[in-house]
Design a protein around this ligand. Structure first.
Ligand code: ZN
Length: 59
């Protein structure tokens, strides 16, 4: 299972360091994924996501 960053919720494709915020605080126990194409979208704002990419809904 892939890991998700506990800080910014980004899904990490490889390794265990978040490419977004460089945090090593990651987990495999996250729920749901969402792909953000537009940082101005409702879901991005709701999750406080500032960059496009794949994110966990809940970590
Ligand atoms: Zn992160």
């Amino acid at each position: 299972m892939k890991r998700a960053c506990k800080i910014c919720k980004a899904i990490i494709q490889a390794g265990n360091i978040c490419p977004n915020c460089k945090s090593g605080d990651t987990t495999t126990s996250y729920q749901g994924t969402v792909i953000i194409f537009d940082t101005e979208s409702e879901i991005a704002k709701k999750l406080s996501i500032g960059a496009t990419g794949k994110y966990a809904l809940r970590v």
